[in-house]
Structure formats: structure tokens, C-alpha cells
Design a protein around this ligand. Sequence first.
Ligand SMILES: *Cc1c(COP(=O)(O)O)cnc(C)c1O
Length: 379
Amino acid sequence: MTRRQRLETLFAQAAGYIDQQTAGVVPAIQPSTTFVRDENYDLLRDNNIYARDDNDIVRLAEKILATAENARDALVFPTGMAAIAALFRTTRAGQTIIMQSQIYWGTTKWVREYCERRAIKLIEQDTSKTDETVSLIAAEKPALVFIETPSNPWLRVTDIGAVAAATTDAGGILGVDSTAAGPAISNPLDLGAHIVMHSGTKSINGHSDVLAGVLAVDDETRPVWQDIKVDRHDAGAVIGSFEAYLLIRGMRTLPLRMERMSENAMAVAQYLQAHDEVDHVFYPGLESHEAHALAKKQMHNGFGPLLSFTVKGDKQRALDAVGKLHLFKRATSLGGVESLVEHRFTIESTTGIPETLLRLSVGIEHIEDLIADLETALS
Ligand SMILES: *Cc1c(COP(=O)(O)O)cnc(C)c1O
């Protein structure tokens, strides 16, 4: 699908949706799992047989997301991890996967176990090091390269265009977890990636009330895409009607929310960077970020809600600061309208996360209230 409208218009109008039965501007939630045939055993509605594969409201969510990503096709899954699993399950014993190191811990953990069970060679590489990564891809000829940019919680930025070109040359598929940016800020397929992935649980829904995952593809005739479609249908990782409804409802304001979150996150990053009690701020919007220039090229209308920083002192100092926050809720996840804070070391102590690192997901609250909250916590 080629995007003709700007993203604000596409999302606000749910890709021009009008309910055919009621003329409503909001899609109906159809809970039926099965669909009737007529007396000649013809389907009353073409393509509607059984809800594991056939669900109009899920198709609408997929159409909006495919259009937003300039994709040829998109599939919605019940969680982000289900989408990631469907992509990785296209690889076979004896093949090689290159995955970015130090990304979303749930991905790393699942992929490590999967590759071990399936006798797939897994190489974890810091893909923000472009030259090293390009050489590695040329040498290893991986079936799949998987990156996350910006990465969570380090906010590393990978050069999507360079890694995509190297992967294409090597005959592989590049998958990009674009959750931290989202479709209103970055469109990896436009830069040459083959498949873009999102946890729809995060900013796409944006209200912390539904789990969802997304895969979208640059060319629906790729064998890997056919495998993913068959996997979703046969293995049954489908989202329910009500969840798809919530996803669409949330998406209508996605560009607006991302704009405010990015503005707030930028202001918070600048405030933290100037603070005496703060050691280092990781945010691609800051000029001091190691890949700021690249981030500016790959991201538009802001740099997203996610940022990390280290406080001066020790683990207790970081936990004390977190304990004093009121507006930033102590909870995992990101991309919702409410601001969240996480002490990542408490969650994943074995992956090299500094004890003093705090990860923020900055919401859409008033910036002065957020900064006042941080001021109280850090002073
Ligand atoms: C949350 C998240 C996932 C997993 O998504 P779920 O919807 O929780 O399954 C994957 N990647 C990133 C970057 C995430 O933040």
C-alpha cells in the first residue's frame, strides 16, 4: 500500500473507515468465531469462514498499520512477542541469525532458547557499530538479521539503511523492532528493511490497556512472509476483536501523542543532562548522543518517549530516587500516555545493566509537573 495521506490524517480517520451496515465512523466489534454459508454451501461473505483467520476489525487494524509503514501487507498478533516468535520461527536448523545485543530482554531470552533448541547459530552483535556489523553479515550470510532501534534500554541507534543493504546482499531478511519509535516517527521499510515489527502494546495503543504485536512487510511475495502468514493461521496467534478495537481506538491519536511525548522526553533529557546528580543521559534527541546525526536521519517528528539515565552514586541512590517519584509510576512498559520509571537492574541483573540506570517512558502530562517530580526525587 502506498501512503497518500499524511500520518495524522490516516490515523485520525482510521484509513477512511465507514461501517457498511450502520454508517458508523467506528468499526463494530464482531465477536462471532464462525460465519454462515447459504443453501448452496457458498459463503455468505467471501473470506469469512472462521475467526482464527477472518476478522474484519483485525483486517482494518492491519490496513491502517500497513499504510502507515508503507508496507505491502501487515499482520496483527496478540502480543509483540508472538510477532517476534512468528518471524524467528521461519528460520531452520543449520541457518544463522544475527541479533542485536543488549536489546529488549524478553526478545533476547526467547531467541537464545529457541536457537539452542533448533540448532540455529545465533550471533549477538552490537549493530550500532555499522562497519563491524556489515562485515559480519557478509561473512556469516545470516538468514535473518534482527535489530531494535532505538534499543531498549540503551537507546542505541542502528543504521537501518546500511544493515539492510548488507543483509540483502547476503541473501537474508532484515527485521527491525521499531517499538520505541513507532510508525509515526520512523518507517524502517522506507530505509530498506524487509520486515518491521512493533509491540502494539506500547505507543501504538498508547493507553496501557491492550496487548498486541505487529509485523509489516515490504513485499508480500517473499517466502518468509508466506511462512509467517501460514504460521499465524495454523499456530493460531491471533488477536481478539475487542483488543483489535482498542488498538484502533488508541491508534487514532498516535501522531498527536508521539509529538507530545517526544517534546516532553526531549525536555526531560535536557533537564537531566544539566542536573548535578545525573551521570549520563541516553536519548537520541540529544546532540551529545553518539548517533544523534543518524537518529535525525532515520526519525522524524521527534525521538520518541523512551530515555535512560544513570544517577551519580550507587544502586541505593537510584532506588531512593525512584521511591520518591509520584507522577512517574514505578512500572514496566513504555509508550503509554502516563509516565513510567523502571530500575532495570532489579529486573535483569545479569545483562550488564548498570545498577544506577533508570529508564523513563515519558507520557503526555504537563512538562513542568514532570520536571518538578524529577526535581523532588533527585534533590
Ligand atoms: C514490549 C516490547 C516487546 C514485546 O512486546 P509484548 O507486547 O510485551 O509482547 C518487544 N520489543 C520491545 C522493544 C518492547 O518494548
